[in-house]
Design a protein around this ligand. Structure first.
Ligand SMILES: O=C(O)CCC(=O)C(=O)O
Ligand SMILES: [Fe+2]
Length: 378
C-alpha cells in the first residue's frame, strides 16, 4: 500500500540547503565571507574614549527617525544625528546641498542645518580616511565606483584619493533592545557601490549582514546570515557592493556586556574621576557624498520631492537598460547593474507618494567620472 501513497510534496521539490548563521569574530573571517573589512582598534584609545563621552552627551538631543510605512507612522528604535565636515560646505551651493542631504537622513523631514564635525571627530576622520584609502588601494575597484581625484593640500603627494568622508551619520543604541532593522543604505547621495566606514564606540553589539539572493538563484541557494561582533574602537568598512548584495542590521539582543571606559570622562580636568560603565553603543558612519550625486542633481518625482536611489538587489544580472554599452563581463556576474530612482514623498506625506520610479541612466544624467569606462548610450 505504501507504494500508492502520493509523494511528499516537500520531498518532491529539492530545496537548496539552509545554513545556520555564522559568527565572524576575526578580521580574517569577515574578509573571507563578506565584502567588509574589520579593523579591531582604529583610533588612539584616549581619542576613542573622548568621542564616546562627547557623543553620549550630544545624543540626548538626537532624535528618533519617523516615517510612514503603508498606513502607519513608524519610529526608529534608536536615536540618530547627521554631521557635515566643515570644509565640505564651504560655498553656498555645497551648504544648501548638504542641508538637503541631511533632510533625507531624517526621511525627508524638515531639519535645522546639520552640525559640523566636532574637533575630535575631525581628528578621527583623518585617521579613518587614511585606513579606508589604504584598504581600497588593495582591492579591485568596480566600474561604477567614483574614479577619485588628485591629491589636495594636506594629502600625501602622489596618492589618488578614492574616498574622502564629507558627512557622518551617528546612532545611539541604549540598552540591549534598541536596534536598527535590516536595510541597505539609500544611495541617493552616495551613488553606486559606495564605501562606508562605520566606527563603533561603547558596548559591543552584533552587526548582522544577510545576503540578498537574486531572483534567478533562489532555487539554487539560500541567503546566509553573518553576525559580526563590533567592539569599542573597531572600524567596519563596508566596501563597494555591500549595499547591493547584503542587508545589514543591529538586532535587539537578550543581554549585552556593560562597557567600562578605559579613561575617565576628561583625562585632563577630572583627574581621579571614576569611570562609569555604560550599556550604550555609539555608531558613527563616515560617508562620502559624491560630487556627481549632489542634491542639486537628484531627479524629482511628480510630488516635486527629490527621489531616492536604490539598487535592484533581486535582479542583479539583468542587462543595464540605461547603459546599453555595458556588457555582462564588465559588471561581472555578482554585480548589480541596475538602480532605481523612486518617489520618496510617501515617507512623510501620510504614506502617499506618486509611485514614480525610473532606471538610473548614468550617461543621460551626466554622472561620473567612474572607475570603469563610461558606457555609451545608443
Ligand atoms: O549601528 C550600526 O552599526 C549600523 C547603522 C546603520 O546601518 C545606519 O546608520 O545606516
Ligand atoms: Fe545602514
Amino acid at each position: 500500500m505504501t507504494l500508492l501513497r502520493p509523494p511528499n510534496s516537500k520531498e518532491a521539490i529539492k530545496q537548496p540547503p539552509r545554513f545556520p548563521p555564522l559568527t565572524l569574530a576575526t578580521p580574517t573571517l569577515v574578509a573571507q565571507h563578506t565584502s567588509c573589512t574589520l579593523h579591531p582598534s582604529i583610533l588612539p584609545p584616549a581619542l576613542a574614549c573622548r568621542i564616546f563621552y562627547h557623543m553620549m552627551n550630544e545624543s540626548q538631543n538626537w532624535r528618533r527617525n519617523r516615517w510612514w510605512l503603508f498606513d502607519r507612522v513608524v519610529e526608529s528604535p534608536h536615536r540618530t544625528s547627521f554631521f557635515v565636515r566643515s570644509h565640505s560646505a564651504r560655498d553656498g551651493d555645497a551648504e544648501h546641498d548638504m542641508h538637503e542631504a541631511a533632510k533625507y537622513w531624517y526621511n525627508g523631514r524638515e531639519t535645522e542645518p546639520p552640525a559640523t564635525f566636532p574637533p575630535d571627530m575631525e581628528e578621527a576622520c583623518k585617521l579613518i580616511e587614511r585606513a579606508v584609502n589604504a584598504e581600497m588601494r588593495k582591492r579591485k575597484r568596480l566600474p561604477l565606483e567614483w574614479a577619485g581625484e588628485p591629491p589636495q593640500d594636506g594629502d600625501e603627494p602622489g596618492e589618488n584619493i578614492m574616498w574622502r568622508a564629507n558627512v557622518a551619520a551617528s546612532n545611539c543604541y541604549e540598552g540591549a533592545k534598541e536596534s536598527v532593522g535590516p536595510h541597505s543604505d539609500q544611495l541617493t547621495y552616495l551613488g553606486p557601490y559606495p564605501t562606508i566606514a562605520s566606527l563603533s564606540l561603547g558596548t559591543s553589539r552584533v552587526f548582522r549582514l544577510r545576503e540578498v539572493i537574486p531572483s534567478d538563484e533562489k532555487d539554487e541557494r539560500n541567503a546566509r546570515t553573518y553576525n559580526i561582533p563590533l567592539a569599542h574602537n573597531s572600524l567596519l568598512i563596508m566596501h563597494a557592493s555591500t549595499q547591493e548584495m547584503f542587508k545589514h542590521s543591529i538586532p535587539p539582543q537578550s543581554t549585552i556586556d556593560m562597557f567600562h571606559p578605559p579613561f575617565p570622562p576628561s583625562n585632563t580636568d577630572n583627574q581621579g574621576v571614576e569611570t562609569v560603565s555604560s550599556n550604550a553603543r555609539i555608531n558613527i558612519t563616515f560617508r562620502f557624498y559624491r560630487p556627481d550625486y549632489r542634491a542639486e542633481k537628484t531627479p524629482r518625482c511628480k510630488c516635486g520631492v527629490p527621489c531616492i536611489l536604490r539598487p535592484d538587489m533581486k535582479n542583479r544580472y539583468s542587462a543595464p537598460a540605461a547603459s546599453p554599452g555595458v556588457t555582462d563581463n564588465v559588471f561581472g556576474k555578482d554585480l548589480v547593474a541596475k538602480y532605481w530612482w523612486t518617489c520618496y514623498a510617501g515617507a512623510q506625506n501620510d504614506g502617499k507618494g506618486c509611485g514614480m520610479w525610473k532606471v538610473m541612466d548614468v550617461v543621460g544624467e551626466g554622472r561620473g567620472p567612474f572607475v570603469g569606462a563610461v558606457p555609451k548610450s545608443e
